[in-house]
Design a protein around this ligand. Structure first.
Ligand code: ATP
Length: 284
């Protein structure tokens, strides 16, 4: 039997760092939502007790460094599953982009293997397992829109944000999340987003208020190191996007656009200097 599971990309409508904790993690406050750009996982049981990962994308690890592999290993160990699995990752989400592609693959593997092996693990337990794989994995297990606190694992579900078009653009550089967090000086951040206003905008479905208050403290580090990300932001604003922000640690920048008539102009304008441009919707 083969089963399929979608692994959507996430974007941060806001990302704030409150402080660096003693355990080395950062205490965050993030508003995250999913968009309909997704990897697709194909999972099939193997008679041998082994985990095999393949992908059409030549640039991701296929061994135990792959987060889907780690998810399968964890679930097998914890629930004493003595069967194997073959997981094919059809990657669509750009890698090391700030879109949580790896975390979403891990979450999809947890959901999929729960079904494939009929383990009946409750969703809260799957999220707990996800926590062991990465800070964004618990959010990716449930998806939707949420306020994430702690190191990202304390989740409060939110209503869907006001509907709009989302234009994603990834410049041709890969950014390491660990490196960007490593360079952030948590006690001297220049400007924090007003997360309360972002939440209010979402609850009131106020598109312009959302655009006005989106913010990401990691821009301070990434934009400084990679000026092309700053240029991309400016280009999107110039082309008429209503709100523009970097997602996660970057380098992907997204623009929220309310009018369909503007979307093609922005897409075509960006394609002039950026190969990876996508027009998507938020998943509600
Ligand atoms: P995040 O914002 O959660 O850090 P990201 O979008 O910046 O994620 P990913 O696409 O998850 O970054 O990739 C980060 C690194 O993880 C890559 O350099 C890659 O080698 C590794 N990786 C492990 N598993 C996967 C996977 N299934 N898909 C993509 N990358 C993976």
């Amino acid at each position: 039997m083969k089963i399929y599971e979608k692994a959507p990309a996430k974007i941060n409508l806001s990302l704030d760092v409150l402080r660096k904790r003693e355990d080395g993690y950062h205490e965050v406050e993030m508003v995250m939502t999913m968009v309909d750009l997704a990897d697709r996982l194909e999972m099939e049981e193997l008679p041998r007790d082994t985990i095999i990962i393949s992908s059409q994308a030549g640039y991701i690890p296929l061994d135990e460094k792959n987060l889907a592999f780690q998810a399968a290993k964890l679930i097998k160990e914890r629930y004493d599953v003595r069967k194997g699995v073959y997981i094919h990752l059809n990657k669509k989400i750009p890698v090391a982009a700030g879109l949580a592609g790896g975390s979403s693959d891990a979450a999809a593997a947890l959901r999929g293997l729960n079904r494939l092996w009929k383990l009946h693990i409750p969703i809260e337990e799957l999220k707990k397992l996800g926590e062991e794989l990465g800070s964004d994995v618990p959010f990716c297990v449930t998806g939707g829109t949420a306020l994430a606190k702690g190191r990202g694992e304390v989740l409060e579900p939110l209503p869907a944000p006001p509907q709009c078009w989302v234009v994603l653009a990834k410049p041709p550089i890969n950014v390491s999340t660990a490196e960007i967090y490593g360079q952030l000086k948590a006690d001297s951040i220049r400007s924090h987003p007003d997360t309360g206003k972002v939440l209010e905008a979402i609850r009131n479905k106020d598109f312009h208020m959302l655009c006005d208050h989106m913010g990401n403290v990691l821009e301070e580090v990434t934009l400084d190191r990679y000026p092309q990300v700053q240029q991309l932001k400016q280009a999107m604003i110039r082309m008429g996007a209503d709100g523009v922000l970097m997602s996660g640690s970057g380098p992907t920048v997204f623009g929220l656009v309310s009018r369909e008539s503007k979307v093609a102009r922005i897409y075509n304008g960006l394609r002039g200097f950026c190969k990876q441009v996508y027009v998507v919707r938020m998943l509600t």
